[in-house]
Design a protein around this ligand. Sequence first.
Ligand code: HEC
Ligand code: HEC
Ligand code: HEC
Ligand code: HEC
Ligand code: HEC
Ligand code: HEC
Ligand code: HEC
Ligand code: HEC
Length: 464
Amino acid sequence: MKFSFSKIGIICLALLIASVSAIAVAQTQYPNLGQKELVIKRGFTKEALSCIECHAKKMPGVMEGWKSSRMSHAGVSCYDCHVVAKNSPMASQCEGVKGSNTYISPMVSSKTCSRCHPQEVEQFLKSGHAKLASAAVMDPKKGGGKLIKLQFHYEGAAFMDKKSYKWNEGTPKGATGMDRAPRSSGCQMCHGTTVELGPDNKPINETWPGGVGTRYPDGSIGTCTVCHERHTFSKADARKPEACGACHLGPDHPNIEIFMESKHGQQFLTAGDEWEFDSPPDAWEPGDYTAPTCAVCHMSGIGELATTHNVQERLKWDLMHTKSVVRSGDRGDGVKGEQNMKKVCANCHGPSHIKSQRDTLDYSVALYNKYWDGAAKMKADLKAKGLLGKDPWKDGFQELMYYLWHHTGRRARQGAAMNAPDYAHWHGFFQMFQVYQDMEAIYNYRIKNKKIEDLSTVMSSAPY
Ligand code: HEC
Ligand code: HEC
Ligand code: HEC
Ligand code: HEC
Ligand code: HEC
Ligand code: HEC
Ligand code: HEC
Ligand code: HEC
């Protein structure tokens, strides 16, 4: 071997000098370099290891998920998320820690995550996914408890048993498991509710686990695992449309169906397997994918927009309630929202294309609002003449009016917003027009005969 040691030494020295001077250059060019401190600690404490070791035997499924998560590699374990203070309202003890000074809880809210992800949690808490989501199904002030009555009385066993509870409370006192079933199997699994606790601080009355806006006994709000499934907590998974489709589907908000029908969904279905879903935050850009998923348009960093956990930030209209208005107050800022959404499109579409899409959305909203105003006028007239049934769920006119905005009207508006012609038209505007005609017929009948028709004219499952 001719290669002498001293030669290698000289090369090493040269490299050392080169890299030292490179750092010096970098520091003058980037004065902030060095301000970010990254302290990486490896290994688990003895206490943390005990949870892992025993649960590996007792709950191998949980362990598999956690092991494949990024956080497990960064040293975040069961202990960090599930151990709570002794005086926490959620403190209990599992078999493994009984009698010790360690207290745990199966409930983990956004507050726990905020210790290490404060920014994501702060944005999330401002969004419709937090407080507003559970208020929709449990706030007695919302519609004077109308929705609570729907969930417990009409859909629950109280209806069959002709029992009556006081409806202006979150969960009516004395309600049975059968009364709660429609709510615990449905509404609250998407929206969330207030977790009720038994004497051992464990959840009772089927109030946990719950949906995105779950309200925890310590006053914290929000379940991050609706999008970041436990215990893998992957951001790649949350970027896929399936993460949203668990709740955003069905006749009243068919967002996943709308997406799959759109050209964007078509590209996801045909080429999505080859897309890169695991790029770092704010560096997941067109090229990693060729068409947007839900996350790209509503949450992810793209172009000059930064990643956000506040899904309101890119919305102009409120497309879920009776009359569509430009968003304001706790529903966001519609003027800014429109600008932001246009910035998303501009990464892949030219100005003519974007203008056409935005105009189509605005005119679709205007048309829907025209229908709604017409319906509201008829309703006011019937009410003034004493021709409106007291119980909206037994009154044909009011039942149809519900379908007008909640099913057909949402499909028309949201189909138009997210580029799905079949939902905008056949499930949307076409059915809206039919429902409206039926409402007119009932209206005319009542005005002419000065009475409410004897039987409900609405089939319970229609118009789907
Ligand atoms: C990054 C935080 C985090 C880590 C780490 C973590 N969990 Fe969880 N865990 C959660 C969250 C969030 C939930 C859902 C809680 C909720 O809905 O209120 C949960 C739920 C649970 C539940 C109740 C749900 C069920 O299916 O019964 C168990 C049991 C559980 N975790 C065990 C573990 C074990 C064992 C470990 C360690 C291997 C672990 N967790 C690590 C956050 C974490
Ligand atoms: C020696 C075994 C063992 C050890 C150590 C242990 N656990 Fe458990 N854990 C269990 C078993 C068994 C269960 C299910 C029965 C029960 O809840 O007692 C359980 C249940 C749980 C639950 C679910 C409770 C519920 O109500 O659904 C959580 C969360 C949990 N453990 C977290 C932890 C944490 C965090 C640690 C470490 C501080 C830990 N465990 C240590 C055996 C253990
Ligand atoms: C003790 C600190 C700590 C807590 C508590 C914590 N995390 Fe993390 N989390 C981290 C660290 C550190 C990383 C970065 C790991 C990496 O990329 O190497 C991370 C990464 C993540 C990621 C990105 C994973 C990916 O695929 O890149 C998600 C999502 C996440 N955490 C969600 C949560 C949620 C939800 C909770 C609450 C249930 C939570 N975290 C609680 C420290 C924490
Ligand atoms: C666990 C169910 C659930 C999942 C999963 C979910 N959402 Fe939602 N989302 C809801 C509920 C419930 C509402 C209605 C909130 C309310 O009552 O104001 C909502 C509202 C929204 C809104 C309107 C927000 C507002 O303030 O009016 C947007 C946009 C949205 N979601 C997007 C998404 C996207 C994108 C995903 C996936 C990355 C997703 N959601 C995942 C349940 C969910
Ligand atoms: C499959 C999940 C799911 C179920 C089940 C569900 N919702 Fe929703 N709900 C949503 C989503 C998603 C939205 C947002 C719709 C949109 O943006 O158009 C929503 C919107 C709402 C809204 C309008 C938002 C607001 O804050 O005013 C109300 C009210 C509502 N739901 C009440 C209920 C009630 C009551 C039940 C049960 C009788 C229920 N939901 C069942 C997912 C669900
Ligand atoms: C509506 C779905 C949804 C919910 C709910 C949600 N996330 Fe995320 N999260 C995402 C998406 C999508 C990404 C990927 C964003 C991107 O493209 O960079 C993400 C990324 C992350 C990351 C990686 C770093 C980053 O900011 O991009 C962390 C950490 C994280 N989320 C924590 C949380 C915590 C903590 C909560 C609960 C407050 C939460 N998430 C709730 C959808 C969600
Ligand atoms: C090409 C971008 C794009 C994609 C992809 C996309 N959306 Fe949207 N979404 C929009 C636009 C644009 C609006 C209307 C915004 C406005 O009001 O200006 C909207 C509106 C919504 C709303 C209505 C909020 C309300 O007011 O009721 C929800 C909910 C929603 N999207 C969820 C989803 C879900 C879930 C997916 C995936 C299954 C998805 N979106 C995919 C662009 C997109
Ligand atoms: C990551 C790139 C990307 C983004 C961001 C994006 N699109 Fe697209 N869009 C595409 C691709 C690719 C197609 C499919 C073209 C084809 O297959 O013919 C498409 C097709 C469409 C179509 C069907 C009509 C046509 O051109 O064939 C509409 C409508 C549309 N996009 C609207 C929007 C709107 C509105 C936004 C913003 C809210 C948006 N897109 C954001 C990539 C994108």
